[in-house]
Design a protein around this ligand. Structure first.
Ligand code: NAP
Ligand code: MG
Length: 399
């Protein structure tokens, strides 16, 4: 068989534990036999990040900026417990995703992979709901204060020009708590652009919701920025037959549960944190959530939303064959290959990625799946739980 040729390399970011084991298995069984794979490889495994003083993470993000499309395996974000597990660690290295996000300056889009065999908790959902979560500021970068006596709290801004603005937050008649939070115009604008960019490239309508009736200035500014940025996308949206609208978050929640899905829901940082867990679990399983970071200038980094699946890795090390679900990782690869094919004008590459996704759906449709999914199928559908390797081989038979 003639293998499909690529033009520009994909930036490949390898990772840790069970995800790393599956990564290799996916490449060997589902990619290499069909594609003359061109990648620029970066090993973001914890030990190599430690060895390179985390330079490899920075280099991989710079490469993603240069080539435009990256595919990433889940990585360990070390904590104290990991220091004991890996005594050679010289530092508690930062989350690679945070480092990559700060270099690409993007927005994270998370979408469940919906399948017929698993009924979403919301009966009307026929297509996935994609969450676009703003990844900077608000309560995630806030200052908090507790006061034990009555008094007055003020908020002061001192401009670099020397000009000052002060306002009373609240006069309190007893002990109280206070919170000061911010966002930057630049970050909000980049968030808006990434959302419009992604909506256009995936041909889905965009909803944005916040609470500007209560937070007239803060949330009001988010709404204004979205309106302003939309002006340069309006024509493209109309040509694609998709729409953009803003609505209050409580109205959006009510509409989402009555909708058929198939749109992008843009949310502020905290709202996105909460709603993505709701959407993910309502569609079935965390192992079926894909995630893509899109920068405001249109660079893409694809990954699975789940982590390195540590518990399965320890069973794997003991020689057990685990039933770890590889689907979100396969879809990270197909997402990246499709995007590369689209950008380089290689319909064979895009076509292969679509065929591989279909092969996954057909395999699940035949009842063959990993045990996490077998436990969730709708009544009357008979599923056979297999281990990861068997599942991947079954998919390969259908490509
Ligand atoms: P996790 O790796 O997502 O796993 C949590 C649990 O969810 C697993 O123990 C497993 O449950 C289930 N699960 C997740 N993915 C699955 C899959 N593909 N197939 C079957 N079951 C799956 O989260 P974690 O245990 O909190 O984190 C482990 C490591 O991953 C941490 O070091 C963390 O820093 C890292 N992490 C990385 C990323 C990233 O790179 N994007 C994201 C999150 C976490 P059962 O054990 O019950 O089967
Ligand atoms: Mg959360």
């Amino acid at each position: 068989m003639v293998k499909i040729k690529m033009a520009t390399p994909l930036v490949e970011m390898d990772g840790d534990e069970m995800a790393r084991i599956l990564w290799q298995l996916i490449k060997d069984t589902l990619i290499h036999p069909y594609i003359d794979l061109k990648t620029e490889y970066y090993d973001l495994g914890l030990l190599n990040r430690n060895k390179t003083q985390d330079q490899v993470t920075v280099d991989s993000a710079m490469a993603a900026k240069k080539h435009g499309v990256a595919v990433k395996c889940a990585t360990i974000t070390p904590n104290k417990q990991r220091m004991e597990e890996y005594p050679e660690l010289t530092e508690l290295w930062k989350s690679p995703n945070a480092t990559i996000r700060s270099i690409l300056d993007g927005t994270v889009f998370r979408a469940p992979i919906a399948i017929d065999q698993i009924e979403p908790a919301v009966k009307s959902w026929k297509k996935p709901v994609t969450i676009a979560r703003h990844a900077y500021g608000d309560i995630y970068k806030a200052s908090e204060m507790i006061a034990s006596e009555p008094g007055e709290c003020h908020m002061t801004f001192r401009g670099s020009s020397g000009a000052e603005q002060t306002m009373l937050v609240q006069k309190t008649d007893g002990p109280a708590v206070f919170l000061g939070q911010h966002n930057t115009d630049r970050s909000i604008r980049n968030f808006a652009r990434s959302c419009f960019e992604y909506a256009a490239s995936s041909r889905q309508s965009l909803w944005f919701s916040a609470k500007d009736t209560i937070s007239k200035v803060y949330d009001g500014h988010f709404k204004t920025v979205f309106d302003e940025e939309y002006l340069s996308y309006k024509e493209r949206f109309e040509n694609l037959g998709i729409e953009y609208f803003y609505t209050l978050i409580d109205d959006a929640v009510a509409r989402v549960v009555r909708s058929e899905g198939g749109f992008i829901w843009a949310l502020k940082n905290y709202d996105g944190d909460v709603m993505s867990d709701m959407i993910g679990s309502a569609f079935g399983s965390l192992a079926m959530m894909t995630s893509v970071l899109v920068s405001p200038d249109g660079k893409y980094e694809f990954e699975a939303a789940h982590g390195t699946v540590t518990r399965h890795y320890y069973r794997h090390l003991k020689g057990e064959r685990t039933s770890t679900n590889p689907i979100a990782m396969v879809f990270a690869w197909t997402g990246a290959l499709k995007k590369r094919g689209e950008l380089d004008g290689l319909p064979d590459l895009t076509g292969f990625a679509a065929r591989l996704e279909d092969a996954c759906f057909e395999t699940l449709g035949s009842g063959v799946m990993t045990s996490d999914l077998a436990a969730l199928v709708r009544p009357g559908f008979s599923a056979r739980a297999v281990d990861s390797q068997q599942f991947i081989e079954d998919v390969a038979m259908r490509v």
